[in-house]
Write a protein that binds this ligand. Structure first.
Ligand SMILES: Cc1ncc(COP(=O)(O)O)c(C=O)c1O
Length: 420
């Protein structure tokens, strides 16, 4: 060990992002000046937004905006403390009750963010002799929860039920309690977790099931109640986790399950107990979003109409979309730098999308993550398809048989998705 090393040397040496910035293709931290939800103004120019998680477009719904403003008038702008102590609002408790009812669960607990919900719930449940079975493509907040936990984590191949069964058969006997954790809809590739098969396997090995419905709420199921309802199941997932930062147009997160489990997490999860509560306007926003979702089914219908149109359109242009079945439609491009350059060109042509590069995906498997909203118009979407047609050919991601075949092999090898 060299004790003369300065702690900050690594910061001076870190130049990954600086190199992308110097090349003029840095796609992160773009400051938004104005937004209508489906379009944003950045660097003085209006651009179609296909990089957000605002699936139902409710951030700009007049009823939702009015509820948020009213909450500020009656309760102020912040809670200035944790719910445990001075920051618990009647609004938080109303929200928990509404959500429990909406999801058909006994109880619910609202956290300040989705990230903290995963980190807090997973780490408070897992003891020294317990094990977490975690999908390899799970969200970073789940990974954080597994890292903070004092028990072991065993990973299985992405959405691969044979591998899940294999790892459980080999390891389950070594532990006391077990928790299977997976995203309901995977945030980057947009595929849906094979929940019915996973439930069968988990039950066989006496393992509890925890599903992160961040991208399924407001999206899957007849009313947007998430992955369980998508598969016409009920009471089979032990803990549903969700976030308010996507379809519910706000910020915050929750877990829902049996009253005893929720009560335990409420008194054990440090990120819940020692972090300030969701602000009044944020809680009121979510409550009104649930009302809107229940009373105005057209938002969910429009979301799926738009998602289907784009899935069909992008596939017919020749893009490899990893056969996504949801409004998250990734475009496989391969190389990281190509993904940055492609995103930059899209941006210049008025389309705001985001690249996904390593370590979020394996090396050489970069994606452009596109996602669609209920409030996109046909004009918006046709424009996006036109731009993607033109640029895809220019960058030889589409329109080149050899390249399309290479990408199909990548999809099969690294994501386990056969292209339909
Ligand atoms: C699958 C998944 N889980 C959890 C989170 C964290 O949610 P939040 O942004 O509310 O902290 C996200 C956010 O991107 C997510 O995609």
């Amino acid at each position: 060990m060299n004790s003369t090393t300065d702690l900050f040397d690594k910061c001076l040496a870190f130049d990954d992002a600086k190199r992308v910035q110097a090349a003029g293709v840095y796609p992160f931290f773009r400051p938004i000046e104005a937004s209508s939800g489906s379009s944003v103004v950045t660097h003085g120019k209006k651009r179609v937004m296909i990089g957000s998680n605002n699936y139902l477009g409710l951030t700009h719904h007049p009823r939702v905006q009015a509820a948020a403003k009213k909450a500020i008038d009656t309760l102020g702008t912040g809670c200035t403390g944790s719910r445990f102590l001075n920051g618990n609002l009647v609004l938080h408790e109303q929200l928990e009750e509404r959500l429990s009812h909406f999801l058909g669960k006994e109880a619910c607990l609202v956290f300040s963010t989705g990230f903290l919900s995963n980190q807090g719930a997973i780490s408070s449940l897992i003891g020294r002799n317990d094990v977490i079975y975690s999908d390899r493509e799970n969200h970073a907040s789940i990974i954080e929860g597994t890292r903070v936990s004092i028990g072991d984590t065993v990973k299985f191949k992405h959405n691969n039920m044979e591998d899940l069964e294999r790892v459980m058969a080999h390891t389950r006997h070594k532990y006391e309690g077990a928790l299977l954790v997976a995203d309901g809809v995977f945030s980057m590739s947009g595929d849906i977790f094979h929940l019915p098969q996973a439930i069968e396997i988990a039950r066989k090995y006496n393992c509890r099931i925890y599903v992160d419905d961040a991208h399924s709420l407001g999206v899957l199921g007849p009313k947007g109640q998430g992955t369980e309802t998508h598969f016409k199941l009920s009471q089979s997932v032990d803990i549903v986790m969700g976030t308010f930062s996507k379809s519910f147009a706000s910020i915050g997160g929750f877990i829902a399950g049996s009253a005893d489990v929720v009560h335990y997490i409420k008194h054990k999860a440090r990120p819940f107990m020692f972090s300030a509560a969701m602000p009044p306007a944020a809680a009121a926003t979510v409550l009104e979003c649930i009302n809107v979702v229940e009373e105005e089914p057209e938002h969910l219908e429009n979301l799926w109409r738009n998602a289907r149109k784009m899935s069909k359109g992008l596939k017919s242009l020749g893009y490899n979309t990893l056969d996504s079945q949801t409004p998250i439609i990734p475009l496989l491009v391969g190389d990281d730098f190509l993904a940055f350059s492609f995103t930059q060109k899209l941006y210049e042509m008025g389309v705001f999308a985001t690249p996904v590069v390593r370590p979020a995906v394996p090396e050489g498997c970069a994606l452009i993550r596109t996602s669609y909203m209920a409030s996109h118009t046909d004009e918006d979407l046709d424009y996006v398809l036109d731009v993607l047609d033109k640029l895809g050919r220019e960058f030889e991601i589409i329109g080149n048989k050899e390249r399309e075949e290479q990408l199909a092999i990548l999809a099969e090898t690294h994501f386990g998705h056969t292209v339909a």
